[in-house]
Ligand binder design. Structure first.
Ligand code: ASP
Ligand code: MG
Length: 431
């Protein structure tokens, strides 16, 4: 078994779906294809949810009608003669389910994450329904897999983890008795043991694909992307990026957590556990090798790697009086962050001060308010975290010794800089 994952950008248009079909057709199988929501559908569904949560049902339905129209356009491109009835019926059934949710029960703000999962999970259900139907129409027989019935997850809505041992028999049963065939399943979604839909965190389809690979003992996972493979920095920002042909699992985890957009951070562990190589391949040209992530390297990484993590907040926390040192209260502070699902990206502490760089999130205000009962909290928003792996003296000078750097941490291999968000002019040079 091989596993292929196609992200939203690869299936954002009829041409994209046709290209997916060409790539899948070339593979003798068995092949498990994991697909994300099409294009910007997830963002659009988040917009639907915002309106719904705000009590604006009409606005929510209108926003959802735009989602329907986007898919209708792709369907029209894929089936220019006429969309087969069974296909339009299948997507219409999904649309109707969403409209029913949007016209049903009154949501409560405290259930925000649960409503998120109920609504936003439809992006992947719709995309896979279309992809599976198109593949069949193009002569690639396949089985549509409902991942809500295969992945049993934790109840941590909007950022759920997959329970591997409970999911294994379900997924294996879903693919049984169909040797040599193609399977099409949704990324990003699962459900709790009680059957409530969950999502795995934004960009979580990579993680879904990695778990499929793990549970089915796949020989490899390929993630098809709109990039050449792994580069040493974001080509949207820098003009002098270079290609990195291979990385170890360890490097990849480090980079993913630092904010590299190549793969979701949760992707690596399920692969590493079974030593399954991960290929990152360019969707636009299947002959190109891309990059590979695996246990052992055959060469070394020559270029420095630069990663920006935007939307950061730097919190500086100290006791109001000095009746205790910060160390004694560390556990409470981090439990509070964990309780609100806020990701910490960098920590620095002294006797009386704790600085933490966290992802900006809608819950942060509540956390700060709760901390303020005991601590003096200084709050710098509009920050970014820059990580440079394999930095050199000139790079250090350029990025760390600038006036907008608020906090710097440095080891022999890596420097991490919390700095005020810099107005990037696209196409700058790394050096
Ligand atoms: N569709 C989801 C998102 O946009 C999951 C994914 O693309 O991996 O975040
Ligand atoms: Mg995506």
């Amino acid at each position: 078994m091989k596993v292929y994952k196609f992200g939203g950008a690869s299936v954002r248009s009829a041409d994209g779906v046709r290209n997916l079909c060409d790539i899948v057709r070339d593979e003798p199988g068995p092949l498990f294809v994991v697909v994300s929501a099409m294009g910007k559908t997830t963002n659009a569904l988040e917009g639907v949810l915002e309106r719904f949560m705000a009590g604006d049902r009409k606005g929510a339905l209108e926003a959802f009608a735009r989602v329907e129209r986007n898919h209708a356009e792709i369907l029209a491109g894929l089936f220019p003669e006429r969309v087969p009835v069974e296909v339009s019926d299948a997507v219409e059934t999904l649309y109707r389910e969403v409209r029913e949710i949007l016209s049903g029960e009154e949501p409560r703000e405290t259930d925000y994450d649960r409503w998120y999962d109920r609504i936003v999970s439809f992006g992947e259900l719709i995309s896979t329904t279309i992809v599976s139907a198109y593949l069949r129409h193009a002569g690639v027989s396949n089985r549509w897999i409902d991942m809500r019935r295969c992945f049993v997850t934790s109840t941590r809505h909007r950022d759920a983890n997959i329970n591997l041992s409970l999911s294994a028999p379900l997924l294996k049963r879903a693919v049984s008795g169909a040797e040599g065939r193609v399977f099409v399943g949704q990324g990003f979604i699962g459900s709790t043991a009680a059957g409530e839909p969950t999502t795995l965190g934004r960009e979580g389809s990579d993680y879904s694909a990695a778990v499929v690979a793990n549970l089915l003992d796949a020989e490899s996972l390929s993630i098809w992307k709109d990039v050449e493979g792994i580069l040493n920095a974001d080509p949207k920002i820098f003009s002098d990026t270079v290609h990195i042909p291979e990385l170890t699992y360890l490097d990849a985890i480090e980079l993913a957590y630092s904010g590299a957009q190549i793969i979701h951070p949760k992707t690596i562990k399920p692969l590493q556990n079974k030593n399954i190589p991960l290929y990152v391949r360019p969707f636009s040209d299947k002959r190109k090798p891309g990059s590979v992530i695996r246990g052992e390297m055959t060469g070394r990484i020559e270029a420095p790697i630069l990663i920006f993590k935007p939307n950061q907040v730097l919190l500086s926390i100290r006791p109001k009086d000095f009746s205790f040192v910060i160390e004694e209260r560390m556990v409470d502070i981090f439990s509070l962050l964990e309780q609100y699902h806020i990701h910490t990206n960098l920590i620095q502490s002294s006797a009386v001060n704790l600085s933490i760089c966290v992802d900006a999130s809608r819950q942060l205000k509540q956390v700060v308010e709760r901390l303020q009962s005991e601590f003096r909290v200084v709050y710098n928003s509009d920050m970014e975290l820059l990580t440079i792996r394999g930095y050199t003296a000139p790079l250090y000078e350029k990025y760390a010794e600038s006036s907008n750097a608020y906090l710097i941490q440095k080891t022999r291999k890596m420097v991490r800089i919390v700095r005020r968000t810099f107005p990037w002019h696209p196409k700058m040079n790394i050096y």
